[in-house]
Design a protein around this ligand. Sequence first.
Ligand SMILES: [Zn+2]
Length: 67
Amino acid sequence: MTPPSSPVVSCPTCHKKTEWRTDNEFRPFCSERCKLIDLGDWASEAHKIPSDPANDDEPSNQDSYYL
Ligand SMILES: [Zn+2]
């Protein structure tokens, strides 16, 4: 028994096994949906990074209220 010629990879988004095919334009994702989800996650993470300049004026001792 020989394995299929196409290597199988795990979709980064849903971890479903999918064949790495040159005719799959969404590789290494299993589908366009998973590719868009991954790009969406990346974009949302990027939007979290910029700090809010308004918070720089707030006193940092606000943290003591949560102790
Ligand atoms: Zn997937």
